[in-house]
Design a protein around this ligand. Structure first.
Ligand code: GDP
Ligand code: IMO
Ligand code: MG
Length: 427
C-alpha cells in the first residue's frame, strides 16, 4: 500500500506540477483534492510544455487513472476545454474520473468573484477571479450545486432556480449590475453535464480500491500551505485546504492510508496576489529571480513577487502537513548570485521569533533575520547526481535540511522531467 500526498510548502507555484509528473511515472493513480482552475501547473514532458489547471498532472502518462476529487470546485467549461486541449495534443484522457460530489463553479460565482474584489478596494485579495471563493462559500452555506446535481435535470432546475434568485438579488440590488438569465445557464450546463456524465464516479471508492489492491496513489495538491484557508496568511488565502490534511477530506480517504508527504519548495520564494511577504525583494535581485525563473503566473500571467527562501515558513509547512520529504525546485535559478540569503527568524517589535506567528498583524511587521551563504556560478541544469553539484549548492541544500529537519529527497534543476536529482525513494 502506498499513498503519497504532494503539497506546496509556500504560496503556490513551487513546481508541484513538475514533481507530480516526475513521481507519477511510478504511480497508478493521481488525484487532485482541492482548489479549482485557480491553479496553474506547468509540466515539461519529453521537451513539450503543458499547462494544466484542473486535471491532475499524471494525465500525461497514458496508463494512469486520474481523479478530480470531491474537494475540488469544477468549472465544467474549463474542464471540457482542458480535455480538448489535451486531446488536440494527442494526450488520451479516457482514464479521468470526476467525483460526483465535487462542487460546480457557476457563472454567478465568476461574476461575484469580480464584484467582491472590486468592492474590497485597497483591501483586495488579488484573487484569480475564477469564482473559487464564491463557489466554496456556497459549499459551506450548503446551497452549492454538485456534479451529481447537474446530472439530474429536475434537481438541477430546482437548485439553480433557488441560487439564481439569491445571487441576482446581490448582483442587481447590491452591485447594480445586470441579472443573469436562468435559461442561458440551464441549457448550457445541461450540455456540459452530458459531456461529463461518462467520467462521473464515486471517486472515494475508486481510490480506496486502488489502495487496497496494493497500487500506488499520488495526491496532487494545488496552491500552497500559506494559501490554506485555516493555516495560511488569512485573509490573503484561497478558500480551500491545500495542506496534506486536505487530501483526506478532499479525496475521501482516511489519514491512516497516507504513507508519506512530499513538500514541494522553491529554492527561493514567490507569491502572486496581495498579502505580507517578509523576504520579498523589491530590488534588482528580485527582478533577476523573476527573469531567470520565468516567474509569471500560469493562470493569470501576473508577475510573481520574488524573495529569499524563508526557513521559518519551511519549518511551519513541515509541521502543519507532517512533511516527510522536501522536493526543492528551481535550484538552477539561483546560479550567478554571489551571495544567497536564508531567513532563519523574524525581528518584530524588538523581539526575535523563530515560529510562524499566529497573528497576521504581527506577520506583517516581521523583519527577516538572514543567514548568508556563498552562491555558485556553474550551470546546474545538466546535473544528475547530488555530488556533482557545486559545493556551494550542496551546502545550500544541506542547510535547508538542517534548518527544517526534513531531508531534501528530490532536487530539481530545470523544468524537464529528467532534470531531477533523486536522493532516495518516495514510492
Ligand atoms: P505549480 O503551480 O506548483 O505546479 O508551479 P507552476 O507550474 O505554476 O510554476 C513553476 C514553474 O517553474 C513552471 O513553469 C515549471 O515548468 C518551472 N519549473 C519547475 N521546476 C523547475 C526547476 O527546477 N527549474 C526551473 N528552471 N524551472 C522549473
Ligand atoms: P498553484 O496550484 C499561486 C492565490 C491568488 C490570490 C489568492 C486567492 O498554481 O500553485 P483565489 O482565486 O484562489 O480565490 O485567490 O490565492 N492563488 C495562487 N497563487 N499559485 C496558485 O495555484 C494559486 N491559486 C490561488 O493569487 O492571492
Ligand atoms: Mg502554479
Amino acid at each position: 500500500m502506498a499513498a503519497v500526498v504532494l503539497i506546496g510548502s509556500q504560496w503556490g507555484d513551487e513546481g508541484k506540477g513538475k514533481i507530480t509528473d516526475f513521481l507519477a511515472e511510478k504511480a497508478d493513480m493521481v488525484v487532485r483534492y482541492q482548489g479549482g482552475n485557480n491553479a496553474g501547473h506547468t509540466v515539461v514532458a519529453n521537451g513539450e510544455e503543458f499547462k494544466l489547471h484542473l486535471i491532475p498532472s499524471g494525465i500525461l502518462y497514458q496508463d494512469k487513472t486520474c481523479v478530480i476529487g470531491n474537494g475540488v470546485v469544477i468549472d465544467p467549461k474549463v474542464l471540457l476545454e482542458e480535455l480538448s486541449y489535451l486531446e488536440e495534443r494527442k494526450i488520451k484522457t479516457g482514464k479521468l474520473l470526476i467525483s460526483s460530489n465535487a462542487q460546480v463553479i457557476m457563472p454567478y460565482h465568476l461574476v461575484l468573484d469580480g464584484l467582491e474584489e472590486e468592492a474590497r478596494g485597497d483591501k483586495k485579495i488579488g484573487t484569480t477571479k475564477r469564482g473559487i471563493g464564491p463557489a466554496y462559500m456556497d459549499k459551506a452555506s450548503r446551497v452549492g450545486i454538485r456534479i451529481i446535481d447537474l446530472l439530474d435535470k429536475e434537481e438541477f432546475a430546482e437548485k439553480l432556480g433557488r441560487n439564481l434568485e439569491e445571487k441576482n438579488n446581490l448582483i442587481v440590488k447590491i452591485y447594480g449590475k445586470e441579472a443573469l438569465k436562468f435559461e442561458d445557464i440551464f441549457d448550457t450546463y445541461l450540455g456540459y453535464a452530458e459531456q461529463l456524465r461518462p467520467m462521473v464516479a464515486d471517486s472515494s471508492l475508486a481510490i480506496d480500491e486502488c489502495i487496497q489492491a496494493g497500487e500506488k496513489v499520488l495526491f496532487e495538491g494545488a496552491q500552497g500551505t500559506l494559501l490554506d484557508i485555516d493555516h495560511g496568511t488569512y485573509p490573503y488565502v484561497t478558500s480551500s485546504s491545500p495542506i496534506a490534511g486536505g487530501a483526506c477530506v478532499g479525496a475521501g480517504i482516511g489519514p491512516t492510508r497516507i504513507n508519506r508527504v512530499v513538500g514541494v519548495i522553491k529554492a527561493y520564494t514567490t507569491r502572486v496576489g496581495e498579502g505580507p511577504f517578509p523576504t520579498e525583494l523589491l530590488d534588482g535581485t528580485g527582478e533577476e529571480m523573476r527573469a531567470n525563473g520565468h516567474e509569471f503566473g500560469t493562470t493569470t500571467g501576473r508577475p510573481r513577487r520574488c524573495g529569499w527562501l524563508d526557513a521559518v515558513i519551511a519549518r511551519y509547512a513541515a509541521r502543519i502537513s507532517g512533511i516527510s520529504d522536501f522536493a526543492v525546485t528551481k535550484l538552477d535559478v539561483l546560479t550567478g548570485l554571489k551571495t544567497l540569503k536564508i531567513c532563519v527568524g523574524y525581528r518584530v517589535d524588538g523581539e526575535i521569533i523563530y515560529e510562524f506567528p499566529q497573528s497576521q498583524k504581527i506577520f506583517k511587521l516581521c523583519q527577516p533575520i538572514y543567514e548568508e551563504l556563498p552562491g555558485w556560478q556553474e550551470d546546474l541544469t545538466h546535473v544528475q547526481h547530488f555530488e556533482e553539484l557545486p559545493q556551494a549548492a550542496q551546502n545550500y541544500i544541506r542547510r535547508i535540511e538542517e534548518l527544517t529537519g526534513v531531508p531534501a529527497t528530490l532536487v530539481a534543476v530545470g523544468p524537464g522531467r529528467e532534470q531531477t536529482i533523486v536522493r532516495g525513494t518516495i514510492f
